[in-house]
Design a protein around this ligand. Sequence first.
Ligand code: PNS
Length: 165
Amino acid sequence: MSTPRERVAVYPGSFDPLTNGHVDIILRGARLFDRIVVAILRHAEKTPLFSAAERVAMATEVFQDHPNVEVESFDGLLVDYAERRRALAIVRGLRAVSDFEYELQMALMNRRLGPAIETVFMMPAEQYTYVSSRLVKEVFALGAPVTGLVPDLVEARLRQKRARS
Ligand code: PNS
């Protein structure tokens, strides 16, 4: 009898930076799949706050005690990456109706490009429905604390970055 194939999902994004909303989705995904690969887009924005290496290092440290959570960076088409990883699914978080249109477009385009890979949407816990990397960066840059919105380690790296700039 052949060994059943590991059920792998990829959770792609810019993660600039990782928020507690992302963490919530990753932990939910880790319960549904044998392995969830946090796939960090290398060239996310023209000028990301954190380099791809920094984003990978932070997420790796946050999930160091979760053996079925893997962190990697990727470039190019997501479906090509997901196929290379032999993933069954792409996981995306849906916070509000406002996310839906963009997510639907991406899911349908990805289905056209890679029909074998299913997009699975998951809702984060209510307390994270308004949390986004963009707002975290904005309020932090303007001097507000982001405690509870991002992992402690990410908040520390945000402070280090501000101190160096
Ligand atoms: O967290 P984000 O920034 O909304 O994530 C967007 C991401 C990384 C999922 C998307 O931009 C992506 O998949 N980029 C890779 C290039 C690609 O495949 N584009 C076509 C997607 S339909």
